[in-house]
Each structure stands twice: as structure tokens, then as C-alpha cells.
Write a protein that binds this ligand. Structure first.
Ligand code: HEM
Ligand SMILES: CC(C)=CCC/C(C)=C/CC/C(C)=C/COP(=O)(O)OP(=O)(O)O
Length: 304
């Protein structure tokens, strides 16, 4: 009995944590995809090669501030996370990493990342990246997530920012083409998240988080996924229509959007048990390949 008490108290104080727990706190897979979109923002900002110092320090700084924001999300949400089947095993929710240690970790990542951007990139990128951190960790996580089912639509702006951050890292200026890349991710976020939220509706209801399927029902959320996916397909045409991208992008993005539309239509009109989860997984593949296609289109000189 005494032994089990001492084990649970050491777990609560975060004494049994490993480096893997800290790694998990940074949401590594999400940050990797954010960094891919930042890299594409950097590459599209210039016809030549990106300066190596800007590339390395820009990626490091944006990555560290994104990871810092992800750690804060784990701290602020640890009670919600401990109630949901998908997240109950997370390091802070489970007590494997204490709140104070997680906050120190986030602080170090945040300060070092911000300093790297200030010293080796430029102040505009440093402030915009910090604003994205505050947008996700504070505005979305602390406030919007608990306040409105439109939480992820508004909060999505922070996650959509990295292509702009990559662009300003290279040029020091905000450009309409960079804002168009932000708009693509901004429009992609609702179908990305709501597909998962449909699959996890009971989890969110149990944790009393007002996600769209909980407040407005699954049928309404499916319609919203479909409408946003149609909007995304239209927004994805813009880079070609304004002459920012060429034929490789037009073909690649059209194929990817046809795939996303297939899943969104199936989800609305012929869903099986796994369709929502398949749509969510496809959304991640869609965004990753879309940005790879943007890169290919930029470097391979193929025109109609
Ligand atoms: C407010 C905006 C967003 C919300 C609410 C959201 C929500 C989520 C949720 C709940 C998951 C499941 C995580 C898990 O099971 O651990 C997830 C996974 C994921 N999201 Fe998002 N997301 C958003 C924006 C983004 C953005 C902007 C990106 C990248 C550009 C992204 C990339 C990913 C990736 C790669 C995964 C898979 C993670 C894994 O398998 O470990 N998300 N998202
Ligand atoms: C500096 C910068 C670019 C910051 C952006 C940081 C960032 C990690 C954005 C991704 C958005 C995301 C994973 C939301 C999910 O949060 P959730 O709390 O709804 O999902 P969860 O339940 O899985 O934690």
C-alpha cells in the first residue's frame, strides 16, 4: 500500500518522465507538417535558392515556437485531455510530466526560438511567429476552444500562419502570395478537424467541449465539412488563376481536391463507421502533398 502510494505521488510530480514524454508534448507530427508549409513559404518567396542561414534558423525558430505552443496546449488542456479516450494518456494529463516542468520546457523552447528568429532571421518574422504562438496557445486553447463551436475556424489562423512566416523570413515583407497560402490552410482546417470531431463526438461531449458535432449535431457538421471542402477546392485554384503557380500545381491540386471531395461527399451521403476517420487521415495527406506539389511546380519549369 505504502509502495503504491509513493509510486502514484512520484508519477503526479512528474518524476517518472522520459525524454519521450517531452517529445510527445511538442506534437511532433503536427509541427513537422507546419514546418513543411513554412519551408514552402520560404522557397516560393524567391526565384533562387533560400539563404542557408535563413533556412536553418527560420525552421529552427518557427519549429521551436510551434512546439512551445503545443506544450502550453497540453498544460492548459490537461483536465479535458484526462477525460477523453484519445488523449487521457498524454504526459501532463497522466501526471508523467508536472505542470511546472512542462511550463519550463515550453518557456525554454519559446525564448530560444524567439531569440533565434530575432538574431538570425528578422524582427517581422519573430513577432508574427510569437503572435501565432499566442493565437494558438492563448486565444484558441484558453478561450475559443471552450467558448464557441467556431473555435477551430478562428483559431485555425494560427496554424495556417507558417507559410507566411517562411515567406517573411526570406523577404522581410508580407506578400499577397503568402497570404494566399495562409488562406488555403485556413480553409483546409475545418474539414480536417471536424472529420475527426465527428469520429470523436462522444469524447468531446463527455469533456463538455463545445465542438460543432456536440453543439449542432453530426449531420450539420458533415454538411459543414462538405461545404468547406468545396470552398477549399475553389481557393486552391487561385494560385493557378493569378499566375503564382503553373500546370504541375493545377493538375496536382485538382487530383488532391477531387480525393478530398470524394471523402467529404461519402461522409455526408454514404458514410460507413470508418469514413470520418478516413476523411481526417486523407486531410493530412492532402495538405502534405499539396505543399509538395507547390514546391515541385516552383522548381520544375513546365508551362502550358
Ligand atoms: C485550429 C486548427 C487545428 C485543429 C483544431 C486541429 C486538430 C487536430 C487534432 C485534434 C488532431 C488529432 C491529434 C491526436 O490524435 O493526437 C490533429 C492531428 C493532426 N493535425 Fe491538426 N488541427 C489543426 C490544425 C492543423 C494544422 C495547421 C496542421 C498542419 C499544417 C495540422 C496537422 C496535423 C497532423 C499532421 C496531425 C496528425 C498528428 C499525429 O498523427 O500525431 N493540424 N489535428
Ligand atoms: C507558432 C505557431 C505556428 C503556432 C501554431 C502551433 C500549433 C501546434 C498549431 C496546430 C493546431 C493544433 C494541433 C490544434 C489542435 O489542438 P486541440 O487542443 O484542439 O487538439 P488536441 O485535443 O489534440 O490537443
Amino acid at each position: 500500500m505504502a509502495k503504491s502510494l509513493s509510486i502514484s505521488s512520484s508519477v503526479r510530480q512528474g518524476k517518472n518522465s522520459t525524454w519521450r514524454d517531452y517529445y510527445e508534448l511538442t506534437k511532433p507530427n503536427v509541427v513537422m507538417l507546419l514546418l513543411l508549409t513554412a519551408l514552402v513559404g520560404m522557397c516560393l518567396a524567391t526565384p533562387g535558392w533560400v539563404d542557408a542561414t535563413v533556412l536553418i534558423s527560420g525552421m529552427l525558430g518557427i519549429g521551436m515556437l510551434s512546439a512551445s505552443a503545443a506544450v502550453i496546449n497540453h498544460v492548459v488542456d490537461h483536465q479535458i485531455d484526462s477525460v477523453m479516450a484519445r488523449t487521457f494518456n498524454r504526459p501532463v494529463a497522466k501526471g508523467k510530466v508536472s505542470i511546472s516542468r512542462a511550463l519550463w520546457f515550453s518557456g525554454v523552447l519559446g525564448v530560444v526560438g524567439f531569440a533565434i528568429l530575432c538574431l538570425f532571421v528578422n524582427m517581422l518574422t519573430a513577432w508574427l511567429t510569437l503572435a501565432s504562438l499566442v493565437g494558438y496557445a492563448v486565444v484558441y486553447t484558453v478561450y475559443l476552444k471552450r467558448a464557441t463551436p467556431q473555435n477551430i475556424v478562428i483559431g485555425g489562423l494560427a496554424g495556417a500562419a507558417p507559410p507566411l512566416l517562411g515567406w517573411t523570413a526570406v523577404t522581410g515583407e508580407i506578400h499577397a502570395h503568402a497570404l494566399l497560402l495562409v488562406l488555403i490552410i485556413f480553409t483546409w482546417t475545418p474539414p480536417h478537424f471536424w472529420a475527426l470531431a465527428i469520429h470523436r463526438e462522444k469524447d468531446y461531449a463527455k469533456a463538455k467541449v463545445p465542438m460543432l458535432p456536440v453543439t449542432h449535431g453530426v449531420a450539420f457538421t458533415k454538411t459543414s465539412v462538405l461545404l468547406y471542402t468545396v470552398l477549399l477546392s475553389l481557393v486552391c485554384l487561385l494560385p493557378y488563376l493569378i499566375g503564382m503557380s503553373d500546370i504541375i500545381y493545377l493538375i496536382g491540386s485538382s487530383v488532391l481536391n477531387a480525393g478530398f471531395l470524394y471523402y467529404a461527399i461519402k461522409l455526408k451521403f454514404a458514410a460507413k463507421a470508418q469514413t470520418a476517420m478516413q476523411t481526417f487521415k486523407f486531410s493530412i495527406l492532402h495538405l502534405m502533398l499539396l505543399f509538395v506539389v507547390l514546391l515541385l511546380d516552383h522548381y520544375v519549369p513546365l508551362s502550358l
